[in-house]
Design a protein around this ligand. Structure first.
Ligand SMILES: [Zn+2]
Length: 290
């Protein structure tokens, strides 16, 4: 496959085009292992993970990039996110039977894809990607062309166990070189999903662009890493009525919160809940319950 669990930028000498290729193997395994996902869900989530890892290569600040897909069918939510260090995670919410051969558009009838960029400091940006392409890759291409006027080509592939992706995009600079883009995008359009999953990055580059002046940058690692924490789990309980939480504690002694991404378990006792709803912001002195 593309170099597993790495992203690698592609540099075209003297062309205003950027490229990046990503491969996820252990990352997919780690994202999926705590969940009993049907194959079709794993394939689409794999593509979404590959997509956020590609898009994170352009994050120029500390923060998160989140891709969410919602539809009116059995699949309520698919979500994948990456931070600037390419720590990625993903989640799916669905009901009932999911056919093994269901495609992205089958899974999300009347759906939409939302791309959120959330800096740790500064304003959140959100763009809605209409689900007007048959594939996630087509949706993202349409998004970049319509909202940012940047000719873009996206390839995503996933077999449910591993995923890979490639993104090529005109740099938002002088806007020169339409012929260059036509040539490069034409060459890349011959890429097959099987090649993306099976070929290493050097081979892939040679296969597509051996007549071009281009090379690969040093790779960066991609990994599954959940950003949940005890503090954030406790803070999320602020959305619940205090009386309701006190009832739970009266009944079972603890309020238990499970992280939906990594299954980490956080338990909160009366002291924690009192502290949460008082002015005190810290919840020290309490312990993790496993
Ligand atoms: Zn977690």
């Amino acid at each position: 496959m593309s170099n597993p669990d790495q992203i690698q930028r592609i540099m075209f000498d003297e062309l205003d085009i950027r490229g990046v290729v990503s491969g996820l193997q252990k990352t997919c395994h780690d994202c999926f292992e705590n969940h009993d996902y049907p194959t079709a869900i794993k394939k689409v989530l794999g593509e979404m993970l590959a997509a956020v890892s590609l898009l994170s290569s352009n994050l120029k600040f500390e923060g998160r990039l989140i891709l969410q897909a919602q539809g009116q069918g059995n699949v309520r939510l698919l979500m994948a996110e990456s931070n600037q260090d390419r720590d990625v995670r993903a989640i799916a919410r669905f009901d009932g039977e999911i056919p093994a051969d269901a495609s992205f558009s089958d899974l999300l009838p009347e759906g939409q894809v939302v791309l959120t960029i959330e800096p740790d400091k500064g304003n959140r940006y959100q763009g809605v990607v209409p689900l007007d392409g048959k594939t996630l890759a087509k949706c993202l291409e349409n998004y970049f062309i319509s909202s940012e006027q940047l000719p873009t080509q996206v390839h995503l592939a996933s077999d449910g166990e591993a995923a890979a992706g490639m993104l090529l995009q005109v740099l938002p600079a002088e806007g020169t070189g339409e012929e260059d883009w036509d040539r490069i995008s034409h060459l890349a359009s011959t890429l097959k999903s099987s090649e993306l999953l099976e070929l290493g990055n050097e081979t892939l580059l040679y296969r597509l662009f051996h007549e071009e002046q281009c090379r690969l940058y040093e790779p960066d690692d991609v990994q599954f890493k959940c950003t949940c924490s005890r503090e954030r789990s406790l803070a999320s309980l602020k959305l619940v009525e205090k009386a309701e939480l006190l009832d739970v504690i009266a009944e079972s002694g603890m309020v238990n919160v499970n992280c939906q991404f990594c299954n980490a378990h956080y338990g909160f006792d009366l002291t924690d809940i009192e502290a949460l709803f008082s002015d005190a912001t810290s919840a020290t002195g309490s312990k993790n319950v496993h």
